[in-house]
Design a protein around this ligand. Structure first.
Ligand SMILES: *Cc1c(COP(=O)(O)O)cnc(C)c1O
Length: 805
């Protein structure tokens, strides 16, 4: 299509006029963005087709990653980088007087996810393609992604997100590959040739229409597929109230559920899950059937991975296809299903374990319910054989109990691999939360510590640091991120450390400009940028951070001789719309920000900024500018975290608890290059089990704590008097479930140490460099290679270098 900038310009101008019907001069930014996007998508299409052909002819095993969320963010710049045409395009556009950054601004984030879980799925797709592994994503094409957040008077306000308003240039609609997904109705049982057969009748079907998005690898011609399903009214269905049916159908892919911990308990949510799973499984089987004769060999050629329990109905759906459509017997179908499916657990928070009442499940999915019931009966029989008389154990492990279907139990029983997402998380699963299952199936349990794609979170988001690294150690680390270790040779090189300092300063200047633009606040770029960005949740303890800021404020106010290294505390977080407590924390952060930023006594030393609408594209501006990374969850609660890895890779130092992947970060960098504080997971779990924590005592005995907690309710803030009563109550009346007060003193101490360490610039830069150099381990390339080797048993196909077309 083009191989240099002159050709690029020619094609671009031609295409612009052809598709927009305007002259170049008349064209808008959007016209230009859309032209470029379409051009790039077409540019990849021949490699896309070739990749699929190669997968077919190689007959290699392929994996499908089923996820209810894919938090992709923007794709233009990412694709240009991976295709290796970033430079050519940028220069070509520049000669036309177009700034590529401006065009990127036009693109909407594809925010088809809430946070870590959805972003992990997006990072995995990138790594699969980059490693030439035959692996594809299956998800839902939500019409509205995660809500847009505005802050009004310090409160979160949610606006519907509209990413499809101007179309999505990266997708290709494939209506001819649509699938009919049945709901409701009933099951007829018939005897045919001495065999029971089942027919789902009187169902209301929904048409699942696939939209395929190419997933482009870096410096390779591999292009995998992300297939997103959209719900449309079925052309085959005759319905008495067509408008009602149309509304109800489209609702299935209308909204992403804006909650990443609780199960919303809505029929619509279960409909979404089965919709995703049924469309995906049947399109996988259809493709398999075109290529292979023996359905009995399915698991040799196909792996299906379920990202958390949301797609767990893949298990009974695959059973249904094998039993009812392929006419296999139960035992054989079960063997194939369990060998095909693998499962990742993402949480041990009890409230986040999905359960569905039978009264909802059974009528909506009658045939699937029958199969789950059969799986449960056989499983309980097996338990009875192994643990005769142990009623309690069997009841606790059952898939259906107390009129509920337990999705995590179904996932473990119906898959061959169960993995946690960080070492400590996997250990907690094995020793505690899922211990009885671990005893039964020790061979299924394994760990795959999460990762992030360094191509987006370093190459794309931090070009200045990328260039510096390349000047230092060349560019082979880009395909082998472990080679970042070579940076350690520069630990005692003052010139290199100086440049590292400059890069950070420049990134801080850019973020400061963004802060000014969004909030009007001036921040001091020589201050420490101390950042906590992630979903707002009690266990993530944004509250600990903001109470500590209140403590610093008080300290400065009461003692004029107190000094500290100036700090800018930056927050970004969305709260689930129904999560009242989390919204109160957002209000508190904004109230503290008002108080601090408007007080001439303290504002030279502390600033507080809340950046609204935290999302992937904003995150890309934030991580490169961070000095300090706040990873302060209550130990045992954060399964892994991935924000922690993005900060580390960009040279920020972690202030963190011994939780999730923080522990592995600490192991990589050593105790001197991280700031650890607070209770351990053991201690937290011991408190939960045996009691012994009384938050009131910490309130009573520590004046620093008493003051800040009192300030929540004593009129310190000009807001309505009882605005923060709920927060105060959670700490005192409800005994502080997340140990905020318990860890408070330890947090003060470690933060003081951070301030002191930062003063020694040279030492700090060395620590920062060491964090960058050891971050290669947290590339999702490492994670995906482990999934490929240990769980999926897939190999690279298509290893040729990029063919320019
Ligand atoms: C990485 C990322 C997350 C996950 O952050 P954690 O700190 O691990 O919770 C959430 N949202 C966005 C936009 C991200 O990029």
């Amino acid at each position: 299509m083009f191989s240099n900038k002159t050709e690029f310009k020619e094609v671009f101008l031609q295409r612009l006029e052809m598709t927009c019907g305007k002259s170049f001069k008349e064209s808008s930014k959007r016209d230009r963005y859309q032209t470029l996007g379409n051009m790039i998508r077409e540019y990849v299409s021949s490699n896309w087709i070739k990749t699929n052909e190669k997968y077919r002819s190689a007959k290699e095993k392929q994996v499908y990653y089923l996820s209810i969320e894919f938090l992709l963010g923007k794709l233009l710049r990412h694709n240009l980088l991976n295709l290796g045409v970033d430079q050519v395009v940028q220069e070509g556009l520049s000669e036309l007087g177009i700034n590529l950054d401006d065009l990127e601004e036009v693109e909407a984030d594809a925010a088809l996810g809430n946070g870590g879980l959805g972003r992990l799925a997006a990072c995995f797709l990138d790594s699969l393609a980059c490693l030439n592994l035959p692996g594809h994503g299956c998800g839902i094409r939500y019409k509205h992604g995660l809500f847009e957040q505005k802050i009004v008077d310090g409160y979160q306000v949610e606006l519907p997100e509209q990413w499809l308003r101007n179309g999505h240039v990266w997708e290709v609609r494939k209506a001819d590959l649509s699938i009919e997904v049945p709901f409701w109705g009933k099951v007829e049982t018939l005897e045919k040739d001495g065999r029971l057969t089942f027919r789902h009748v009187d169902a209301e079907t929904i048409t699942a229409v696939p939209y395929d998005v190419p997933v482009v690898g870096y410096n390779t011609d591999t292009v995998n597929t992300l297939r997103l399903w959209s719900a449309e009214p079925s052309p085959y269905l005759v319905h008495k109230d067509i408008m009602k049916y149309k509304r109800e159908t489209e609702a299935v892919s209308d909204f992403l559920y804006p909650d990443d911990t609780h199960d919303e308990g809505k029929i619509l949510r279960l409909k979404q899950q089965y919709f995703l799973v049924s469309a995906s499984i049947r399109s996988i089987i259809r493709a398999y059937r075109k290529q292979f004769n023996r359905i009995e060999d399915l698991h040799e050629h196909v792996g299906i991975h379920i990202n958390d329990t949301h797609p767990v109905l893949a298990i009974p759906e695959l059973m249904r296809v094998l039993l009812d459509e392929e006419n296999l017997g139960w035992e054989e179908a079960w063997h194939i299903t369990t060998q095909t499916i693998s499962y990742t657990n993402h949480t041990t928070l009890a409230e986040a374990l999905e359960k569905w009442p039978i009264r909802i499940f059974q009528p909506l999915l009658p045939r699937i319910y029958m199969i789950v019931n059969e799986i449960n009966e056989r499983f309980c029989q097996q338990l009875w054989q192994k643990y005769p008389g142990e009623w309690n154990r069997i009841e606790n492990m059952a898939i259906i109990a107390h009129d509920q279907v337990k999705m995590a139990h179904l996932a473990i029983v119906g898959s061959h691999s169960v993995n946690g997402v960080a070492e400590i998380h996997t250990e907690i699963l094995k020793k505690r939360e899922m211990n009885s299952f671990y005893q039964l199936y020790p061979e299924k349990f394994n760990n795959k510590t999460n990762g992030i794609t360094h191509r987006r979170w370093l190459l794309k988001s931090n070009p200045k640091l990328t260039n510096l690294i390349c000047e230092g150690i060349g560019d082979s680390w880009i395909s082998k991120p472990d080679q970042l270790l070579e940076l350690e040779g520069y630990q005692d090189d003052p010139a290199f450390l100086d440049q590292l300092f400059m890069v950070k300063q420049e990134n801080k200047i850019k973020l400061a400009a963004r802060i000014k633009e969004q909030t009007g606040i001036n921040v001091d770029i020589t201050s420490i940028f101390d950042i906590q960005v992630k979903r707002l949740h009690a266990y993530k303890r944004q509250l600990l951070n903001i109470l500590h800021i209140m403590y610093l404020y008080n300290r400065i106010k009461e003692d004029s001789s107190f000094t500290m290294y100036p700090r800018t505390f930056i927050f970004g977080a969305k709260a689930s719309p129904g999560y009242y407590y989390a919204k109160k924390i957002i209000k508190l952060i904004n109230s503290v920000a008002d108080k601090v930023n408007n007080d001439p006594v303290v504002r030279g030393q502390i600033r507080v900024v809340f950046l609204e609408n935290y999302r992937v594209s904003l995150a890309e501006e934030i991580f490169p500018a961070a000095d300090v990374s706040e990873q302060i969850s209550t130990a045992s609660k954060e399964a892994s975290g991935t924000g922690n890895m993005k900060f580390m890779m960009n040279g920020a130092l972690t202030v963190g608890t011994l939780d999730g992947a923080n522990i592995e970060i600490k192991e990589m960098v050593g105790d001197d290059n991280i700031f650890i504080f607070g209770l351990t997971a053991e201690e937290v779990l011991d408190y939960y089990q045996n009691g012994g924590y009384r938050s009131f005592e910490y309130y009573h005995h520590d004046k620093r704590i008493r003051t800040v907690v009192d300030q929540l309710t004593n009129g310190f803030f000009e807001d309505v008097e009882d605005e923060f009563e709920m927060i105060s109550d959670s700490l005192i009346m409800e005994n502080d479930q997340y140990f905020v007060l318990r860890d408070f003193a330890s947090y003060i101490d470690v933060q003081k140490e951070v301030g002191l360490k930062y003063k020694d610039q040279n030492q700090w830069l060395k620590m920062s460099l060491l964090n960058i150099s050891r971050s290669g381990h947290f590339s999702s390339d490492r994670t995906i290679q482990q999934y490929a080797d240990d769980i999926w048993n897939i190999r690279p196909v298509n290893k040729r270098p990029l063919t320019k077309n």
